[in-house]
Design a protein around this ligand. Sequence first.
Ligand SMILES: *Cc1c(COP(=O)(O)O)cnc(C)c1O
Length: 393
Amino acid sequence: MDFSKIKSGTAAVWAGETIHFSEGATTAPVVNSVTFAYDDIDEWFDVATGKRKGHIYSRNTNPTVEVLEEKIRILENAEAATAFATGMAAISNTLFSLLSYGDRVVSIKDSYGGTSKIFLDHLPRFNVDVQLCETSDHEQLEEEIKKGCTVLYLESPTNPTLKILDLKRLIRSAQKTGAITVVDNTFATPINQNPISLGTDLVVHSATKFLGGHSDVMGGLVCGRNDLVNRIFQFREINGASLHASSAYMITRGMKTLELRVLRQNQNALRIARFLQDHPKVTDVFYPGLESHPGHTIAKKQMSGFGGVLSFSLQGGFDEVKRLLNNLQFVHLAASLGSVSTLAGPPKTTSHVEMSETQRKQLGIPESLIRYSAGIENAEDLIDDLDSALASV
Ligand SMILES: *Cc1c(COP(=O)(O)O)cnc(C)c1O
């Protein structure tokens, strides 16, 4: 099958699915086997030394996991891909594979909470110098890149205020210094944004979010340049953060409807953002699809849709937030995002719970902020739900 010209909706369904399976099966089986047997010792040896394709042991590679890796590789237009047990496993394996004692990494203050913890608590223990810049300050980022760094690590849109980075511009300045560039594409998904076409070396994903899409499975993915993915794969083989075949199957199954879901979630989020923007009890709406969003022009240039996640703040404080959330019907009050069902919660109690009020203020997170990840429900029902809950505030 030639995937070079097809669109992402077709790739989401077919990519990886053409690897041959027995008995004419049209769905990739879950291969629960830990180990793979050979009739012939020479053949075994050839597979073990990489001279011939095949599998040896499921911590390294597994046929079901391979299907998922091939699907994301094609969707992200990458040379290679490798899978992990969680998104954080993908991110920490990437950083610990690429960075060595004495290296320097440049990133942003608004990266995902777990990633921030690696930057602030763990990499410094290995004498890695971490420079976290103000997220939308492109001049500061470029200045720090120019000073030299091994890795530039970016995320756009960011959590929870959906800030937008000009990926092409920042990747270009990193390339001039020879730095390796990594983009966390979890919020956008390959349906809305292709960081490889914007020049990045690597893309990381939490497959737990939109890719799996049903809040019932965890996973992580890294794809991009062959030499770099191979380095990360070799580290993962040894530290053991491998994805289980059953989880790989569930993510692959979820990804077949990725385009359908994401297009619907883009539409729902935009309609909800517009509704909230006009509501008198709402003070701010953060969604890159709104013309009033400071990153809208860049988002329009580098994204084909603005994603399913938005955030907004209410007049008043945390009491108003609690009243609104407690009065919503079609929302799970829960962490995470990118599921078929709508999820919402205050960053104050979820992603940014460990920060002080001052730290949250510094990141521009209002006390009354609510993050809202639109599901695939009917937009009118979600808006009616928000409308009546807002009336109770
Ligand atoms: C959730 C998330 C992660 C971490 O993924 P897990 O699968 O929960 O380990 C990383 N980056 C972003 C942007 C996320 O939203």
